[in-house]
Design a protein around this ligand. Structure first.
Ligand SMILES: Cc1ncc(COP(=O)(O)O)c(C=O)c1O
Length: 409
């Protein structure tokens, strides 16, 4: 016989367990059986609205929503679609396969991918009309080869290192790269549509390197112009610069973290002062609760000991899900509407919270961070407690944590 089971799940269709799946199951009737032990709820309408705020902050520029690293952990395709709906003219990614995934999902607007490795999927990108960032001569060579096979000129953006000291051509190599790009243009292999760079200290808006980087950027543009290269687009600004450095807006701004409703740093502002809505809420369900006497050691190496008789709850999230081990003993974790700290060490799949005498039940919701609707902190505040930044927390939420989408079109 098949037992009567009421399954209510967050955001996903009922899975097909098959007729025999419950044959030997105990009778569970009329209760909520949550499918997800933990989830990252992603509000796509927040992403849409955040793009609108960023566009207001840079009214003279187009917006390139940076959706690399799986949309900063929010999901590549849903984040990209929400960004387009919000008005992003461009999408920006690091990896070529991220750009290919966007095209294969049906995105037909401008996309820039900027972190190729030798032998990368240049042909797949050129044939899909993906723009490519070029920092080094070998990239130009391999892109030219791909364009010959694809039978079309590749659209490229030449990158100058203006002082971040990461990718981009060194100042001493810039003229040679421009000359090579011009030669490839004459051969019909490439079309240079942009010159770009990236800032080292945009989240410290008064930092002296910013003026120097803008000068270096202007110099590189002038050098290219003298050599006969005047591309349509110049771009330099990330989220922080979009908010605070209008002199860096040029033709396109490239915000990433703020697309997801997160401030790039304290000196720039808070999510609410910037008019952003955090898109992600990280939650879980309590696996079990138990009463323990005073003096009970909790989790590996007993780094926490109960001071008196108390209730502890087991939360099924751990460092395999992206909760840093450095969050051991820290918080806040909202359990049944109240803020608590993690008791002892974060383990691979779970951690424990001491809730004192609060009334909590198995299956109750636990919230780590989110937009604040339930009193939870935002991800930057949460990250600070774990000695890291919001960027790292959202991008490292693991694949075991399902993304539940709300607010989508
Ligand atoms: C080249 C480039 N542009 C833009 C961004 C977006 O930066 P942010 O997320 O700080 O807005 C990044 C992110 O790391 C980047 O690498």
């Amino acid at each position: 016989m098949l037992w009567a089971v009421t399954l209510r799940m967050r955001g996903t269709p009922m899975p097909d367990f098959g007729p025999d799946s419950f044959e030997s199951a105990p009778p569970v009737t009329g209760v909520d059986v949550p499918l997800h032990r933990a989830w990252a709820e992603v509000d796509l309408s927040a992403i849409e609205a955040n793009i609108g705020r960023l566009a207001e902050a840079a009214p003279t520029a187009e917006v390139m929503a940076v959706v690399k690293a799986d949309g900063y952990g929010h999901g590549l395709i849903p984040s990209a679609r929400a960004s387009r709906r919000g008005g992003a003219q461009w999408l920006g990614v690091a990896l070529l396969e991220e750009a290919i995934a966007l095209r294969d999902a049906g995105d037909s607007g401008p996309i820039l991918a900027w972190l190729p490795v030798p032998g990368d999927k240049f042909f797949e990108c050129v044939s899909r009309n993906v723009d490519l960032g070029v920092s080094a001569p070998w990239m130009l060579t391999q892109i030219a080869q791909a364009s010959a096979v694809a039978g079309r000129a590749a659209r490229i953006h030449l990158k100058i290192d203006t002082g971040l000291g990461r990718s981009g051509a060194a100042k001493a190599d810039w003229s040679a790269l421009v000359r090579e790009a011009l030669a490839a243009t004459r051969r019909g292999e490439v079309e240079v549509v942009g010159i770009w760079s990236h800032l080292a200290y945009a989240d410290s808006p008064d930092h002296p390197t910013i003026g120097r980087q803008v000068e270096e950027f202007e110099d590189a543009i002038a050098t290219a112009s003298r050599l006969g290269l005047e591309p349509q687009y110049r771009h330099l600004a990330n989220s922080a610069a979009t908010w605070r450095l209008p002199q860096t807006h040029y033709d396109i701004v490239r915000p990433g973290i703020s697309v997801y409703g997160i401030s790039p740093g304290e000196e720039v502002g808070t999510a609410s002062s910037l008019g952003l809505r955090p898109a992600m809420t990280l939650g879980a369900r309590i696996v079990m609760t138990k009463r323990l006497p005073a003096g009970s050691g909790i989790s590996y190496a007993h780094q926490y000991t109960t001071e008196r008789e108390t209730t502890v709850v087991l939360v099924p999230l751990g460092y395999a899900d992206g909760i840093p081990r450095s969050a051991s003993g820290r918080g806040p974790i909202r359990v049944a509407g109240k803020a608590h700290s993690i008791a002892g060490r974060v383990c691979m799949d779970q951690f424990v919270v001491d809730v004192g005498d609060d009334l909590v039940r198995d299956g109750d919701e636990v919230v780590l961070f989110g937009p604040g609707d339930r009193g939870e902190v935002d991800v930057n505040e949460w990250a600070q407690q774990a000695d890291t930044i919001g960027y790292e927390i959202v991008t490292r939420i693991g694949p075991r944590v399902p993304r539940i989408y709300v607010g989508g079109a």
